[in-house]
Each structure stands twice: as C-alpha cells, then as structure tokens.
Design a protein around this ligand. Sequence first.
Ligand code: DAH
Length: 448
Amino acid sequence: MPPHILSSVPRKLHLQPAHPVSLVRQLLEQQFPNPTFRHINALDPVVSTAQNFDSLGFPDDHPGRARSDTYYINRTTLLRTHTSAHQAEAFAGVTAEQPGYLISADVYRRDAIDRTHYPVFHQTEGALVWDREALGVRDVADKVYADLAALPDHDIVVEDVNPPFHAVRNPRQERWHSEAECAAIGAHLKRSLELLVVRIFGLARAAARRASQGVPGGDEPLKVRWVEAYFPFTSPSWELEVFHEGAWLEILGCGVVRQELLNASAPASVREPTNWSSGWAFGIGLERIAMLLFRIPDIRLFWSTDQRFLSQFKSLQGPRGDGDLSGLEQGLRPFVPFSKYPACVKDVSFWVPGPTTTSSAAGGNPTRDDSQSFHENDVMEVVRAAAGDLVEDVRLVDQFVHPKTRRRSLCYRVSYRSLERTLTNIEANEMHDAVVRLLVERLGVEIR
Ligand code: DAH
C-alpha cells in the first residue's frame, strides 16, 4: 500500500466544508433529500472482497479484481473501488419510511496519470426501493408510475432510442419483474437522474452567464442521452451522457437492482425475503461533476491545501453550514486558475521483463501469483511514489518489439508540473532520477 495513498485516507474531502467535492455531495443530497433518502457519509474505505465484488455478483475473473487495478491490503481486504461496495448493507437498512439511501465516500483505483485521473476520488451511490410487502401488492408498477407522475417535469432534450429493456442487450429480470414493473422502475430512475442533470448544468450555465463567458453550445437546450450498459449488479443498466462543450460526456451508471442482491439484504423486519422489494440504483463520480461545475482544470487541485484554491469556494457554503447551498445558488463563479506554471517533460525508455500487458482487460484473479508480470499501472505507481502530486501526466509515446530477441521496449513521457509554483529543472531531474531508479528496483526493467 503506497504511502501517498494511505495518507489521503483521512482527508475526507467530501466532508470538508466548502470543498468543491463536498459541495457536489451536498447538491446530490438536496436532489435526493431526507427522509426518503438516508444520507450515509462516514463508511470506512477498508472493505472485503465479499463487499466490493462478491455481494455484487462480480465473476471471479472480472478485471476489476486484478491487483493491477485495485489496492489490496491482503488477499481478502482492499480499499473499496466503488461505493457500490456498501449496497448490500445499505439495502439491509432501508425501511418503509426511508426506502432510499445516498452513500458518499472516497474510492481507490490504480489507474493512468493525467489531468482527469487520480488514484483516490469520490463517488455517490444512490438507491430507491419499493417494498411490495409494505405496499401490500404483488407488482409495484402502479405505485412507481404514481410516484413518477409526482416528479417535476423538465424541458431538456432526452435521446433515449432503446426500449425499456431488451432480451439480449439489456434484459429484464424475468423471474422477478413484470414488464410493467421493470419499465416503471427504469422510467422513474431516468426521470430522477435527468432532474439531477437539470440542476447541475442549470447552475453551471447560470455561473458561466454571470461571468459572461460564452459556453460553447450554452444557448442551445441541454441535451442528454441514455446508453445501454452492463453492470453485474443491475439489469437492465444504463449510462447517462450529457452533451457538454461539443462532446458526449458520461456522467453516471445506473440500473434496476439485481433481485438476488436485494433478496440477500432483506431487513430483519421483512417476513418473506424473496422478492420483498424492487428498485433502482446509480453511481456518480463527484470530481468529474465538480470539474465541470466549477471549471477546475486538473484533478490534483482537489488535494491542494493552497488557499488560492480553497478560498475560491468559501462563500459558496451558506451560513447554516452543511446542506446550506444558498451561496452556491447566487455566487457560483468559474474557478480562476492561478498562473499556469511551466511543465518539465522527461522521457524514460526501458526493456520490459517477461510478458507485457498494458490494459486491465488482461488482468485476472488476484490470487494467482502475478508478481512477475508487468502492468502499466505499476509504472504509474512508481511515478506517483517518486513525484507525488508534482506529476501531471504520464503517457506511452513509443513501443516496439525487438525482431530477434522478442523483447519489448517502452518509452514513457512524464510531465512534471506544480500547480502552485515553478518547478526547477534540478527538482524535476531529481524526481526523474528517482522514477528511473524505482522502475529498475521494483519492476525489474532494464533502462535503455
Ligand atoms: N459502481 C459503478 C462504478 O463505479 C457505478 C454504478 C453503476 C453504481 C450502476 C450503481 C449502478 O449503483 O446501479 O463504475
């Protein structure tokens, strides 16, 4: 477990007053309010493989389980890779009065290094169920449609070309849900999340207008689309994309909760746990939303303790503290970057020992001994260890296989840049020397 990961565990950015990650969490909590939704914000990031994977129906060979993608503490304990790790416990806690929940937390993933990826980030998980036992019905479709009719309308453009479920591409759980019930839950889920987009992007556009910055496409109606997706713990499943500055941006994953998961988590009060209730769930990344809402250009800024960053958000938290976003409503302004300090760019080329994999798709069961194999995420970890938050970007710029020896050579380009001051070339060289040394020591590469 790298020290730079462990040291971020106590930071809890989603709970820091006026921190942009916390402001987005509060925005979600306003959109999915108490008492319908229980807000859960202080769950320990150390979870079991059972919580993070097994309870959610992840197959044994799912790439997410690989040691190259996930921070393991031991064989069965890890830092959660998503807030879905807590779904089973959270479903066990729902009641007729509080049938939904919202879990916000820090999550951890070994990943590439660039301006939108950081090994620690934050997610909010939301879910809502309808309890057929409490409602006294065998099918909750009518009740779900009635609840849907009570939700506000909106006037954004929604592209949703696919049927509510599809036998092959996005199946209904036939054993558990009637066609009407599956369609009703999907429709309620989609409207609820469209309303979230209306709120977030409405704020962002109003802020851009106040700052009289033209937003490309900012005068056109807001446009979203539903894309069929796959998650082991929902069926059917979707991703929601928003048309933002000329491109489709994926902002969340969601779906109709797998009944096996719900049944296994039936609260003690439920008399007949089989098919006791059905509902929807979604998961959304908070940094991505904060980056577009506040126009924050680099994900490392969230970890900055520089007042030039933090002070820009102070006035957005209202005087009544957590949950009071009156400041955000009127005062949201795009983030003003402090001056852009120059980058120092350095390359490193090396021969890879043994067989090479560069994508997580080649991952596998973490219990197998893969200590000998080389994975690109290990390079990322080495660079983080040597340079911490002073690394902005790491990318593969060249690779080839030697025709005779079949050995593989890789060249990575590392951009060093501080967000807070100018780096000297001497400092950058020292960090780069450390990268080279650690690549040899830890990964056994041969520098060219
Ligand atoms: N856990 C998923 C992820 O991290 C996101 C997600 C998708 C959460 C679908 C959900 C869901 O609750 O229903 O990519």
